[in-house]
Ligand binder design. Structure first.
Ligand code: FE2
Ligand code: FE2
Length: 404
């Protein structure tokens, strides 16, 4: 029997899949039914409940469900900013995938074009190229979905195409098309590494330094001359040629940047969820946000391999960026402590293992733009770009949950 047959069957089948509306209707009916019963219990001895009253209450319930799903202007503002953030994520991940994704995949035929970079990434984990391609797929699906949702509600889609004016890296794998984001010289914020190992929470003022100092550092190959794409760096030991040290430092920096981007997404989505009104939009924000956290956890693990034996000790001969061994006996930096330490969360209650930060000032839309700008991701972007992204961010931050 197919799903269609089951729906055609006159007898109710509790195993048959419901639509979202039907599920919501059933949940709401239970709530309304319980309330109606309590209300009516006080009247039952005196009067019978007229059928018209029941019908009216059912219509009111339907109207309330409809309203519970209807996005507010604030919800649309949140989705617009998140869509822009996903377009930015897609752009940077597409660059990573072009150089270091999984080569030979029919779905993504242009991925993994730089074998030297791929071999360096594989010193962090043999599956890095596949993970990079998959993360890229996810970001593309996020932006396509959110724009699809906006359009389904009569809203214009978000586009950053007018700002796709930055030249790509000329190294093999750069693809030749202009990009939105700069990966050729970044200041990668690595404080997330210490933050998620701490029992304190930035939402209450805790500050964290850098686990590794990564400044003015490319995270993708920038020149075939200095890192010949046909070369390889098979062994993680640091006694290698200048080109091998350089490509390994570039790959290690990328490893830290992957986690930086995705932990930012985890905080941003959690913070935005607290402002959403519509149940349907809340479902979207929470469900996509969970995948950002999933990504972060994966990259957190891989970045740790850059600062543990046998790979630790790499120094970029050009920028001086160094990846020391962080297994020094302190839990503050121990590389396999990748799951979030319980930290202060709600005052007066026990510590809890949570996403942090999740307050506007540190993890809202404007904070996200500030963080990415400081990172160098938007270096050489136009004033018009900053004007546009800052407006979207301000509107998203100003959204408020409208539940009476
Ligand atoms: Fe995403
Ligand atoms: Fe992401």
């Amino acid at each position: 029997m197919t799903v269609k047959d089951r729906h055609a069957d006159a007898s109710p089948n509790p195993g048959a899949p419901d639509t979202n509306d039907e599920q919501l209707q059933r949940i709401w009916n239970k709530v309304v039914g319980r309330r109606a019963f309590l209300r009516q219990a006080g009247l039952a001895s005196a009067v019978a409940v007229p059928a018209s009253g029941i019908l009216a209450s059912s219509a009111a319930a339907k109207a309330r469900i409809h309203r519970a799903n209807d996005p507010t202007d604030g919800d649309f503002a949140i989705l617009r900013f998140l869509c822009a953030a996903e377009i930015i994520e897609s752009d940077l991940w597409e660059q990573y995938a072009g150089f270091g994704g999984q080569a030979g995949s029919p779905e993504r035929p242009n991925d993994g074009q730089n074998p030297f970079y791929v071999s360096a990434l594989q010193n962090l984990d043999g599956d890095m190229p596949q993970y990079i391609s998959d993360n890229t797929d996810d970001e593309e699906s996020h932006q396509m979905f959110i724009n699809g949702y906006l359009m389904s509600k009569g809203q214009p889609p978000v586009s950053l195409e007018p700002f796709r004016n930055l030249p790509p890296s000329p190294a093999t794998g750069g693809g030749g098309k202009n990009v939105l984001t700069n990966l050729q010289s970044l200041n990668v914020d690595t404080s997330w590494y210490l933050r998620y190992r701490a029992e304190t929470n930035p939402d209450f003022g805790a500050m964290f330094g850098q686990a590794v100092t990564i400044n003015n550092q490319p995270v993708i190959p920038v020149s075939d001359k200095e890192t010949p794409p046909g070369d390889t760096v098979d062994s993680p030991a640091p006694d290698k040629s200048a080109a091998q040290q350089r490509i390994q430092a570039i790959a290690n920096s990328a490893g830290f940047h992957f986690a930086m981007i995705e932990q930012g997404g985890s905080s941003l989505y959690t913070t935005m969820a607290l402002k959403v009104t519509s149940l349907e939009v809340l479902r979207i924000v929470v469900a996509i946000g969970g995948v950002e956290t999933n990504h972060f956890s994966l990259w957190h693990d891989k970045a740790g391999n850059a600062v543990a034996d046998p790979l630790a000790g790499v120094t970029d001969p050009k920028t001086g960026t160094t990846f020391p061994n962080l297994n020094t006996g302190s839990e503050a930096t121990q590389t396999n402590l990748i799951l979030p330490e319980p930290c202060e969360f709600i005052p007066g209650l026990p510590a809890c293992s949570v996403v942090r930060p999740t307050i506007d000032d540190l993890a809202g839309a404007r904070a996200a733009v500030r963080g990415l700008t400081k990172d160098g991701l938007f270096t050489n972007q136009s004033d018009a770009f900053f004007h546009f992204i800052n407006r979207l961010a301000r509107e998203a931050d100003e959204a408020e949950r409208e539940i009476g």
